[in-house]
Ligand binder design. Structure first.
Ligand SMILES: *[C@@H]1O[C@H](CO)[C@@H](O)[C@H](O)[C@H]1NC(C)=O
Ligand SMILES: *[C@@H]1O[C@H](CO)[C@@H](O)[C@H](O)[C@H]1NC(C)=O
Ligand SMILES: *[C@@H]1O[C@H](CO)[C@@H](O)[C@H](O)[C@H]1NC(C)=O
Ligand SMILES: *[C@@H]1O[C@H](CO)[C@@H](O)[C@H](O)[C@H]1NC(C)=O
Ligand SMILES: *[C@@H]1O[C@H](CO)[C@@H](O)[C@H](O)[C@H]1NC(C)=O
Ligand SMILES: *[C@@H]1O[C@H](CO)[C@@H](O)[C@H](O)[C@H]1NC(C)=O
Ligand SMILES: *[C@@H]1O[C@H](CO)[C@@H](O)[C@H](O)[C@H]1NC(C)=O
Ligand SMILES: CC(=O)N[C@H]1CO[C@H](CO)[C@@H](O)[C@@H]1O
Length: 383
């Protein structure tokens, strides 16, 4: 496998990592047990900042557009009120404040409204939105699998399903590679067959929240490694999260994986970030066992770039969060991902076909001249 190490420009953005707990003022609070975000490691400055961002419109009285992050790790949709283009709070006030705490200790809060939210010609009517008072980002569209039956409000996509705006209760995400000119895309109500190859591996969702799935095991070069922290739900269910710019693994899993890659060593003194030789063969790419199928991250996505110019690449697998597995953007670049809401219309219980589906993503060939794009865009998709 031909690999080149390039020295990537360092782009620092405030890490919007996954929503691990959600609170509104009425005491509704979902907190993942055992979750305690604990630092970030020096990898911060090497974050792959790819997050799906698209133009979202809000407002019954008049349309306002925001560049919103599509976050599968949260349900709350919010728009900043900061600046002259800030959300004009045109919806119906709920006379209640909301608050969302992201895993990186980043809190967004403000009054709640009911308002119409649209993306790509789909309008979710009267969903709960938050007028966020001071934020680094402009807006977030919560795409997580939380339902009205659990948290009392229907989010953007559940509302589209309820309104029968989508024919199939699913959305497909293709995440463009950060260091190429490729754009990301999202299709609501369908999957884009031009963006993947091969069959989908369908992985059942095991609880409401973010998109929580079971990982059966993990291996490197054909050798199963899940000897100490086995699999599944320890310490929390693995999440598939567009809001996390790396793959978080339980610490001992991350140690086992990097120990199995020849020459891989810790990248800093936090012990939560690793680097590996640029010359590493593709056979050493970490593999997850999902629904009995082995899925390996693509070498292009495992490689987060080289900062030091020492012939080593930063690994996409890190362990800064005590949460457990979080399959963030490097994984979502390797696999076209369909988030499917199952077939049961009644309260969207887990176990009725709700699933996350992965198929190898098709990417534009990398250019010889790599280009650091920063935050990715979501091109408006058909359907
Ligand atoms: C807002 O956008 C929708 C959809 O494009 C359009 O039908 C409506 O007329 C717009 N409203 C205003 C006030 O511009
Ligand atoms: C919401 O928060 C603001 C600012 O802290 C406060 O002034 C207001 O009273 C709160 N509203 C409600 C309904 O709690
Ligand atoms: C989060 O930030 C607040 C305020 O800066 C700080 O008091 C708190 O200890 C932080 N929590 C974590 C888990 O880092
Ligand atoms: C927020 O929106 C403003 C203009 O509306 C834009 O200049 C700024 O770059 C945006 N910030 C982010 C983080 O997207
Ligand atoms: C890893 O997990 C898989 C699936 O549960 C199991 O078959 C395998 O034996 C485990 N490997 C080790 C080394 O524990
Ligand atoms: C979900 O599926 C289970 C098992 O098939 C079934 O017993 C249950 O009734 C379904 N729930 C709903 C709400 O349809
Ligand atoms: C995203 O794409 C839309 C549509 O092509 C464009 O209008 C918008 O400016 C783009 N935003 C960014 C941040 O590139
Ligand atoms: C939450 C946390 O641990 N943040 C740390 C991220 O890394 C920088 C640089 O080392 C520290 O200053 C922060 O405290």
């Amino acid at each position: 496998m031909f690999r080149i190490c390039l020295i990537l420009a360092v782009l620092v953005i405030a890490p919007l990592v996954e929503a691990l707990d959600l609170c509104v003022d009425d005491g509704e609070c979902l907190r993942s047990p055992g979750q305690s975000p604990n630092g970030n490691g020096s990898g911060d400055t090497l974050y792959n900042p790819a997050q799906p961002v698209g133009t979202v419109t809000v407002g019954i009285k008049y349309n306002q557009s925001f560049e919103a992050v599509f976050d599968t790790g949260s349900y709350q949709t919010w728009f900043t009120t900061t600046g002259i283009t800030g959300y004009a709070e045109t919806g119906t006030p709920l006379h209640q404040n909301g608050s969302i705490v992201y895993g990186g200790n980043y809190t967004v809060e403000g009054p709640l409204y009911l308002d119409d939210v649209a993306f790509d010609g789909f309008t979710a009517k009267n969903i709960q939105v938050m007028a966020a008072q001071s934020t680094t980002f402009n807006a977030t569209l919560g795409m997580g699998y939380w339902t009205k039956s659990t948290i009392g409000v229907a989010g953007f996509f559940e509302t589209l399903i309820e309104q029968k705006s989508v024919t199939t209760p699913e959305f497909g995400l293709h995440l463009g590679r950060t260091n190429t000119p490729e754009k990301s895309s999202l299709t609501l109500g369908s999957r884009d067959s031009t963006k993947h190859t091969g069959e989908f591996v369908s992985v059942p969702v095991i609880q409401q929240g973010g998109w929580s799935i079971q990982i059966d095991g993990y291996s490197v070069n054909g050798k199963m490694l899940n000897s100490t922290t086995p699999v599944g739900t320890i310490p929390n269910p693995p999440l598939v999260d567009t809001g996390t710019p790396y793959i978080n693994a339980p610490h001992d899993a991350a140690v086992a994986i990097h120990s199995a890659i020849p020459g891989a060593v810790p990248a800093d003194d936090t012990g939560n970030v690793w680097k590996y030789p640029c010359s590493t063969s593709a056979i050493y790419m970490p593999t997850l066992i999902l629904s009995g199928t082995s899925l390996s991250i693509a070498p292009e996505d495992f490689n987060m770039g080289s900062a030091a110019g020492d012939g080593m690449s930063e690994s996409a697998i890190r362990s800064p969060l005590a949460y457990g597995w979080v399959l963030g953007s490097p994984w979502l670049m390797s696999f076209y991902t369909v988030f499917h809401w199952g077939t049961s219309a009644k309260e969207w219980e887990v176990g009725n076909g709700t699933s996350v589906n992965f198929a190898p993503a098709v990417h534009q060939p990398a250019r010889s001249h790599r280009h650091w794009l920063g935050v990715e865009n979501v091109s408006e998709a058909s359907e």
